[in-house]
Design a protein. Structure first.
Length: 253
């Protein structure tokens, strides 16, 4: 099912075999249409049909059922690396949340999320942010920081001057739009640079790309970034001690 492009609309594919979940999501999208803001248009079909639809900008993947697992996310990432994934899953499963984000999800919503939170998460993801509990992102960053086999850290990756500029701005949490404005280039050019950075470094997502860059031992222009990141790291430790589980938004374009 494909829909002609209409300004102010975002087409979202629904990957689920749960009729109740579909009905609930359709209701939420109806509410968005009545709000006067961006109109979210739900698209259904088989995974193959959804992935072949060029109009889709986002996929909601229901991982609360056994039939939709990690393999589905990996298939989506291989076929459409630029499409934004939002995963719905069981609450309290931090390992699944981390796994989903590493596999390409830009947001993780548990089954108890209310319509307002679902719409807010979609809005944040479409603006270039990641939506997940702070404790999960903190643990994920800690996990990625332990990766010793970093191609950037080993200095065996050649980056162009422009790629280095883009990488520096990614480390400052700039979105693609902000990077394009600062460098005076098109947003699609930024996306192309980011894609090459990920291919060159072997990073699966932007969080991992950032962590590999931060781990780089003599990478010009990166030492100051690591020093600047010490304060947020301390703050993350405080979040864990306080048991903060509020959704955190990280802008990665």
């Amino acid at each position: 099912m494909s829909v002609n492009r209409i300004p102010g609309t975002t087409r979202i594919g629904l990957v689920t075999d749960e009729p109740i979940r579909l009905e609930g999501l359709f209701t939420i999208f109806d509410q968005s249409a009545e709000s006067g803001g961006t109109r979210y248009v739900p698209i259904t079909g088989s995974l193959e049909e959804l992935l072949s639809n060029p109009d889709l900008e986002c996929l909601i993947v229901d991982r609360s059922t056994p039939s939709v697992g990690l393999g589905i996310q990996q298939t989506i990432r291989r076929a459409r690396p630029g499409i934004r994934q939002i995963v719905i899953g069981p609450p309290g499963n931090d390992e699944l949340m981390q796994q989903a984000i590493i596999a390409g999800a830009r947001a993780y919503l548990d089954l108890t999320a209310d319509p307002e939170m679902v719409l807010k998460a979609i809005e944040e993801v479409m603006s270039g942010s990641i939506w997940a509990p702070r404790r999960v992102l903190s643990r994920l960053i800690d996990r990625l920081l332990t990766v010793s086999d970093s191609s950037i850290a080993h200095g065996d990756v050649h980056l162009t001057d422009r790629e280095k500029q883009v990488l520096d701005l990614i480390l400052l949490a700039r979105s693609n739009r902000e990077i394009a404005g600062q460098l005076g280039i098109e947003e699609r050019t930024v996306k192309a640079h980011v894609g090459r950075l990920m291919r060159k470094t072997g990073a699966d997502n932007r969080i991992e790309l950032s962590m590999r860059a931060l781990n780089a031992p003599k990478n010009p222009g990166m030492i100051d970034r690591r020093q600047e990141d010490r304060r947020p790291a301390d703050r993350r430790q405080g979040d864990r001690r306080n048991g903060d589980s509020r959704p955190n938004r990280i802008t990665h374009g």
